[in-house]
Design a protein around this ligand. Structure first.
Ligand code: ADP
Length: 363
């Protein structure tokens, strides 16, 4: 038995403002007899529980489609499992962990995200666990580099970003990555310029992020979840809500190359009661999504241009099941840069912080 590696179970946890992301590593490279003997019943139970179903309580989910097999983690190889639950459910999660016997395991949990600080005392009190805390942006960058290294199809882009009705994507070869920009769209947004390994800066951010989309959408449409908000948006038309260039000019604003179909004023029709009477909940959801997405896209563009960076990686759970925003970002980056900028998306969207955190456990 190799004593230089930490005891199982191996977890990485990213406790964000909205969602907690949990990455669990299950070794599959064959246990040594000694290791099997040593495996406590508790550990076997935890392993069984995590793999038994896709739902943990009412609100937890295992993203089975993201599972990674034959992954190298330190000296071991095995499967990575991806699990998430709302951070608001942390008390229930801690009770569950306690009931599964986590308190009796002498394990270390590496945690990142603001919640690693906020919930530190609760982890100690309820499950007797000492959190090892790591910076969320360090973890995210390490996570991106590790996952990308293990999964040849992690990065992808839209083949025809100029055609918003064409959903075709292609794998992006990220073997020569630097420099690149990372736009992490979580509850809020952080933008990082990555110049080389362990050489990055947080350039800027905006508080108008995924949390803003969801919050405004709940206010405007009465929807109750992110999935519902996205489904509404898919059937809406933001043109009923936004004021376009042609609504002001009657056509294009040719002198400065602005087509009539460009949004001049987001939500700009909504001061008129007659227009308000005509919009649907779906139109409002779509307009909210387009407003937030285009604002992030335009900030990302400015940062990319001012730093002379041509590759922009978009990550974060705002992009989960959110084809509309990905397509819009790909389109906007391509259009406003005359094809010089490339929008790149990653399959594991919001899980990089948690993966990077797991890597810290093995350092
Ligand atoms: P954070 O670390 O701030 O929690 P995430 O990267 O996990 O950030 O992204 C959170 C955002 O993802 C939310 O603001 C929302 O826009 C979106 N989202 C995607 N799926 C969900 C979900 N099931 N519940 C809530 N928000 C979700």
């Amino acid at each position: 038995l190799d004593c230089s590696t930490p005891p199982m179970p191996w977890f990485g946890m990213d406790i964000g403002g909205t969602l907690t992301k949990l990455v669990y590593f299950e070794p599959t490279d064959g246990q040594s007899a000694a290791e099997a003997d040593q495996e406590q019943e508790t550990l076997t139970n935890i392993r069984k529980y995590l793999k038994s179903n896709c739902a943990y309580g009412d609100t937890g989910r295992r993203d089975e489609h993201l599972q990674m097999d034959n992954v190298r983690m330190g000296k071991r190889s095995g499967t990575l499992h991806f699990i998430r639950f709302p951070t608001s459910e942390m008390p229930a999660f801690l009770e569950l962990a306690k009931s599964k016997g986590m308190a009796t395991l002498a394990s270390t949990i590496c945690a990142t995200g603001g919640g690693a600080y906020k919930f530190e005392q609760d982890f100690r009190r309820v499950v007797n666990l000492q959190l090892h805390k790591f910076d969320e942006l360090d973890c995210m960058i390490h996570g991106i580099e590790h996952v990308e290294d293990q999964n040849p199809t992690e990065c992808y882009y839209f083949a025809n970003p100029g055609d918003q009705s064409d959903y075709t994507t292609c794998p992006y070869d990220f073997s020569d990555p630097y420099p690149f920009l990372v736009v992490n769209i979580g509850s809020g947004v952080s933008i990082l310029a990555v110049e080389g390994p362990d050489n990055y800066r947080r350039v800027t951010g905006t508080s108008l992020g995924g949390g803003t989309f969801l919050g405004l959408c709940c206010l405007l449409t009465g929807c109750e979840s992110f999935e519902e908000a996205i489904a509404l948006a898919a059937h809406g038309n933001s043109h009923n809500v936004d004021k376009l260039v042609k609504d002001i000019y009657g056509g294009d604003y040719t002198r400065f190359g602005l087509s009539g179909d460009i949004v001049a004023s987001s939500f700009g029709h909504m001061n008129v009661s007659e227009k308000r009477g005509k919009v649907s909940r779906s139109d409002l959801a779509h307009a909210t999504l387009v407003t937030i997405t285009n604002n992030i896209g335009s900030i990302a563009m400015m940062v990319a241009n001012s730093h002379n960076i041509g590759k922009v990686l978009f990550v974060g759970n705002f992009l989960r099941v959110n084809q509309i925003s990905m397509q819009l970002l790909a389109y906007a980056m391509n259009f406003w840069s005359d094809g010089k900028l490339k929008a790149i998306f990653l399959q594991h969207e919001g899980y990089f912080g948690a993966v990077g955190c797991l890597l810290e456990l093995l350092r």
